[in-house]
Design a protein around this ligand. Structure first.
Ligand code: BG6
Length: 474
């Protein structure tokens, strides 16, 4: 077996429009769900509370996403820095509301289309392959307020129109696409994913069904436009452990694992609802509205590759057991005594990434794309302006090392690795700037104060070296 990462391995970084573009109301852009999501640690709680108004209230809250890090105006400078690091790919999303401000407009907004064309051309100038996420937590607000979010089947057609518009425009320039970011957070009823808050399990799974159909339709359009295009699904994967060897704990863990880690991938990669999902629906009285043609379009338009984000693992104890809870991104779990956690309580588990890669490749046999991984941490700027983020290097080094074992020892077909938030940006779960992931520091704080100047952290040179040696020098 050949050693190391394959030739043409796509090293790079990942972002999302709503977390870094800013310019939230410029050039005809409409509001998205992210634009009404307040910053601060209360964000997740507020997003689950369906009595909370979906409007901007500047007297009560701050909205860091409105400014982001101003990539919208500074993309040339930022892309030059990505090129300096040697990026082979850059993962970004398109904000639906820049193209269709209300989500249901008759005509697309040319200024939005032109903007993304400029960004794509700038990347291509440096031979950086864009990877585009069609929907990353950016559903237009109008589709939530007037249509009730993704449980409404009308969104399938509206998404199809949006996807067709951007695919027609960029299909000849962009090879790698993902449909919905972390679609499986919809299983937990995530507002960012479904555009719905605090609804029934039935509505959550109906919304996911509608997204599966919409995603498959986008795949169909893409292949008709350019057969060389590679379409991927995208889930958050949290390696799931049973807390103990009690077979009952293991069985419960298996059930949680398949509904969270497998369900959406099974539908999108294998092209059909798995048997266990039908059992789950029966047990929970979930009855889906499946229209003629839905299952066929899902079956005929499966994914070329599977992408996933990986930040942490999660541990499952019996519901009756009294164990200390761990904090998590979208899921909690029991504290794992073998793992340390980040300042935000996310349990750091590099070996879990090797397990994830083996698990997913063994199950699906399609190329894998790690579309997010990284450490959110507070960075200190020294008097001379330097930033010594050895903790970040340590986190990434350990994860890349496990990734390398999965490739060289276990034979996993891995095509890409894009570190999350390669340039500091607004956190999704807490709306903070203080939680930084970047190789590039952005001078901006949680109150929106700062020069927005960019500077290189120590991890910048380190990652540049990782890329130039194709992962040998970590
Ligand atoms: C993923 C999301 O869940 O995690 C990103 O796709 C998000 O949008 C990332 O930013 C890190 O999470 P957070 O909350 O630290 O920003």
């Amino acid at each position: 077996m050949k050693k190391g990462f394959k030739d043409g391995f796509l090293w790079g970084g990942a972002t999302a429009a709503n977390q870094f573009e800013g310019a939230y109301n410029e050039d005809g852009k409409g509001l998205t769900i992210a634009d009404v999501s307040p910053g601060g640690k209360q964000r997740m709680k507020l997003l689950r509370d369906d009595s909370y108004p979906l409007e901007i209230d500047l007297e009560k809250y701050t909205y860091p996403n409105h400014l982001g890090i101003d990539f919208y105006h500074r993309y040339k400078e930022d892309i030059a820095l990505f090129a300096e690091m040697g990026f082979k790919t850059f993962r970004m999303s398109i904000s639906w509301a820049r193209i269709f401000p209300n989500g249901d407009d008759a005509q697309p907004n040319e200024a939005g289309l032109k903007h993304y064309e400029n960004v794509i051309d700038e990347l291509l100038k440096y031979n950086i392959e864009p990877t585009i996420t069609i929907s990353h937590y950016e559903t237009p607000l109008n589709l939530v307020k007037s249509y009730g979010g993704w449980k409404n089947r009308e969104l399938i057609g509206l998404f199809e129109k949006y996807a067709r518009t951007i695919l027609e425009r960029y299909a000849s320039k962009v090879t790698y696409w993902m449909t919905f970011n972390e679609i499986n957070t919809g299983v937990l009823g995530s507002f960012f994913t479904l555009g719905m808050r605090n609804e029934s399990l039935n509505n959550n799974f109906q919304a996911l069904h509608n997204q599966f159909v919409a995603s498959a339709k986008a795949v169909k359009i893409a292949r008709e436009l350019n057969p060389n295009i590679k379409m991927g699904c995208m889930s958050i994967y949290a390696t799931m452990y049973a807390y103990d060897s009690n077979p009952v704990t293991v069985a419960e863990t298996m059930e949680e694992n398949r509904m969270f880690n497998y369900f959406c991938n099974d539908v999108q990669v294998r092209g059909e609802y798995p048997t266990y999902a039908h059992s789950f629906f029966t047990k929970n009285n979930v009855v889906l509205d499946v229209q003629p043609g839905d299952l066929e379009v899902i079956k005929e338009n499966t994914m070329d590759y599977l992408s996933f984000s990986y930040y942490m693992s999660t541990t499952h104890a019996l519901k009756t057991a009294e164990k200390e809870e761990s904090e998590g991104n979208f899921f909690g779990g029991t504290k794992n005594p073998y793992l340390e956690a980040s300042e935000w309580g996310w349990e750091i588990d590099p070996v879990g990434l090797r397990i994830a890669l083996n698990d997913l490749y063994g199950r699906y046999g399609v190329p894998l794309y790690i579309s997010e991984n990284g450490l959110g941490a507070v960075d200190k700027v020294e008097e001379d302006g330097s930033i010594h983020d050895d903790y970040r290097i340590d986190y990434l080094r350990k994860h890349i090392s496990e990734m390398e074992k999965a490739v060289t020892i276990d034979g996993v077909d891995l095509m890409a690795y894009t570190a999350w938030g390669c340039i500091d940006l607004v956190s999704a779960s807490t709306g903070e700037m203080a939680k930084r992931y970047g190789f590039i520091y952005v001078d901006l704080d949680d109150e929106g104060k700062g020069t927005l100047e960019r500077s290189r952290k120590d991890s910048f040179e380190w990652y540049k070296n990782v890329i130039s040696t194709n992962g040998v020098a970590i």
